[in-house]
Design a protein around this ligand. Structure first.
Ligand code: ADP
Ligand code: MG
Length: 159
């Protein structure tokens, strides 16, 4: 089962992400999937805001990973520049997830073989207009499957 949503400006994407953040708990993993400019970082900004993170979240493309502290710790990764899966292993993802935080990975679909099989995939694609986006949420594994209906309800205002 997967939930879908549409937004027509960047702030709506942030608000939608904030609604999803209401469902997360320590140890959760979100994979953000979509082309450059789809809105993966924008989604993370709204998500972070809802976790009480005041600091501005920017793309971690050149740093690979940044951590922010709010209601939960948010580890924000962007693995676009990784050449090899080995480098993903070197990021110490297991430690980040064990650490009681939430991990959000832009381009996370590229490193699925090194990830735990429990995550929420958020796929963002461009819509018809310049600012239109379509988002599909796909729970993978039992931890997210158990929250599927809560997720559908959370994103309902945008579906
Ligand atoms: N509905 C929308 N949702 C998200 N971003 C949007 C939307 N409409 C326009 N944008 C713009 O698209 C760009 C998305 O950039 P960004 O979040 O950095 O993408 P990514 O991280 O996927 O490469 C931003 O400039 C943002 O203002
Ligand atoms: Mg980005």
């Amino acid at each position: 089962m997967s939930a879908t949503a549409r937004t027509s400006d960047v702030e709506q994407t942030r608000l939608l992400a904030a609604a999803v953040a209401g469902l997360v708990r320590a140890g959760d993993l979100l994979l953000l999937v979509g082309d450059l400019g789809a809105g993966k970082t924008a989604f993370t900004q709204g998500f972070a805001r809802a976790l009480g993170i005041a600091e501005q979240v920017t793309s971690p493309t050149f740093t690979l990973a940044r951590s922010y502290t709010g209601r939960l710790v948010l580890h924000h990764l962007d693995v676009y520049r990784l050449d090899r899966l080995q480098e993903a292993e070197d990021l110490g993802l297991a430690e980040l997830l064990d650490d009681g935080g939430v991990v959000v990975i832009e381009w996370g679909d590229a490193i699925i073989p090194v990830l735990q099989p429990e995550y929420l995939e958020v796929r963002i694609v461009l819509g018809a207009g310049d600012d239109d986006r379509e988002l599909a949420f796909r729970p993978v594994g039992s931890a997210w499957a158990a929250r599927a209906s809560a997720l559908t309800a959370a994103v309902a205002p945008w579906s």
